[in-house]
Design a protein around this ligand. Structure first.
Ligand code: NAP
Ligand code: G3P
Length: 481
């Protein structure tokens, strides 16, 4: 694979000006594939971040007053500009977060479609009209006009694994509803985010309506989260980060999309070939670095041997290597994450798990590992691996599956594989998750479906319509005749 080096500093955006930080400090971003330099982004000073937040606040009233058709038109132009940059941005996503190029380009296409759908959905936001006589003593002389109005400034904080799609999934609904945005991309993903916003500037972003800040969340995060100009936070990332943000931010609405430990529950009558296909794809695509990755298999003992055999065959058929070469299993985002996955595997092996298939480790490239006979005593049964390891837990009945799911601290999604829809719904009704997939792998799309996690997987709901709702509040005008 050709080593690509780019020593360019990709600037932050303040009032539609691309700027470098007066601190002179930058953060170098290395590719997970080969540690080649993707580029650098400014490590902004607190003063610069403060100016950016205030700029978003300054622009908000005028943006909210902009006719909806103009806000919608901006989003459509943004989608068009993104599509023109698909190859360029796809290549940067691939280089920066180690996603194979077809998935990376697919992320750009998916995002353009998300933006267009959001634009059209944004046109259809409606208020409400109520009369007082609907309530005893209310009287016909009272008329209520219930409007939907923007919160003000939305702080959009996104994770590394979908640096464009999960950012736009916050920015587009915020803009179409008349909010302005302070955008904080994941540092590993910031260049992809900057290129995405370049497309928005090309589309005619009015000055100050979106400001983009760069810098490590651990350094500038608390400052932006508690900044007085911020009126709503939409965060996607790890559970511990989300919990911290929720503690720091107070008195403003917050939507959190966090970690998961999604199970695939396989019943005796499941189509095992389909289940094996969906499970391996769900568990190992992008090396399992997806919140909705299948992160454990709960399989009925009677079919466990057959399923494990099928899983082994498919895991061993996965290509392993560089994202730039289009491998299925790619280097993880960093060494620290790979080390964590290794500790989970070692813990399971020490406690008696069967290693069905595994492989070597080359720096942050971990070969996929399939573990059988995993028990509750093993950390990998409960902790989010966010990497290419899949634990199989054998169960004797559905109640064990439900119990394991309910005792798990996460509640994002679950898959149930069975041909009996009555069994599927009976089990689904008892699972404490945001979504249950029947005979399919756990996944977020399509992007207009509600997407949510409960327990430690989040609060509030995303998905285009729900995201639009989350960026608006009621404002009631009562006419007393
Ligand atoms: P992360 O480490 O929590 O970072 C997420 C974002 O938060 C990044 O932009 C990060 O900035 C920022 N951040 C970190 N500390 C902060 C603070 N104190 N205040 C404000 N912002 C702060 O998560 P990640 O490693 O990017 O993504 C992996 C995790 O996210 C996994 O747990 C995965 O399950 C979860 N995730 C969930 C979803 C979902 O939709 N539910 C989707 C994707 C990922 P820096 O990059 O500068 O640290
Ligand atoms: O972790 C990102 C999360 O949003 C998963 O998205 O589409 O891969 O299920 P998806």
């Amino acid at each position: 694979m050709k080593l690509r080096q780019d020593n360019k500093i990709y600037p932050f955006l303040l009032n539609n000006e691309w700027k470098e930080s007066e601190s002179g400090k930058t953060i170098k971003i290395l590719s997970p594939d080969d540690e080649s330099i993707v580029g650098s982004v400014p490590s902004m000073t607190q003063e610069e971040v403060d100016t950016a937040a205030r700029a978003s606040k300054q622009a908000q009233l005028e943006w909210a007053d902009t006719p909806i058709d103009e806000r919608v038109a901006l989003l459509h132009r943004w989608a068009d500009e993104l599509e023109k940059m698909e190859d360029e941005i796809g290549a940067i996503i691939q280089h920066e977060v180690g996603k194979d190029v077809s998935s990376a380009k697919g992320e750009v296409t998916r995002t353009a479609e998300l933006i267009r759908y959001t634009a059209e959905q944004g046109l259809r936001v409606k208020g409400e009209y109520m009369t007082g006589d609907g309530f005893p003593g209310g009287g016909k002389n009272k008329k209520a006009l219930v409007q939907k109005v923007p919160h003000g400034v939305v702080l959009a904080i996104s994770p590394f694994n979908y640096p464009v799609n999960l950012s736009a999934a916050k920015i587009a609904p915020a803009l179409v509803t008349g909010n302005t945005v302070l955008f904080k991309p994941a540092t590993q993903g910031a260049i992809s985010g900057i290129k995405m916003i370049e497309a928005l500037v090309k589309a005619g972003l009015p000055q100050g309506v979106l400001n983009l800040v760069t810098g490590r969340g651990s350094v500038i995060g608390d400052f932006i989260v508690t900044h007085p100009s911020i009126d709503m936070i939409s965060f996607t990332g790890g559970t511990e980060t989300g919990k911290h943000i929720a503690k720091e931010a107070s008195m403003i609405p917050i939507v959190l999309e966090l970690g998961g430990k999604d199970p695939a529950i396989v019943l005796e009558d499941a189509n095992l070939d389909k289940a094996a296909n969906e499970i391996v794809s769900g568990a190992f695509s992008y090396s399992g670095q997806r919140c909705t990755a299948i992160k454990r298999v709960l399989v009925m003992e009677d079919v466990a041997d057959d399923l494990v055999r099928k899983l082994k065959e498919k895991v061993e058929g996965l290509t392993v290597g560089f994202a730039a070469d289009g491998a299925n299993v790619v280097p993880m985002i960093d060494d620290k994450s790979a080390n964590y996955v290794e500790t989970l595997i070692d813990d399971a092996k020490d406690k008696g798990a069967t290693v069905v298939t595994t492989g070597e480790r080359k720096k942050n490239l971990l070969y996929p590992t399939l573990l059988d006979n995993v028990t509750e005593k093993m950390r990998v049964a409960w902790e989010e691996q966010f990497g290419p390891v899949l634990p199989v837990i054998r169960i004797n009945n559905e109640f064990e599956a439900i119990d394991l799911e309910r005792r798990n601290k996460y509640g994002l999604q679950a898959s149930i594989f069975t041909n009996n829809m009555e069994d599927a719904f009976r089990i689904a009704d008892k699972l404490e998750t945001g979504t249950v997939q029947l005979n399919g792998k756990t996944s977020r799309g399509p992007d207009h479906f509600p997407f949510l996690g409960v327990k430690n997987s989040g609060q509030g709901v995303q998905g285009i319509g729900r995201s639009i709702d989350s960026m608006l509040r009621d404002k009631v005008v009562v006419i007393n005749l």
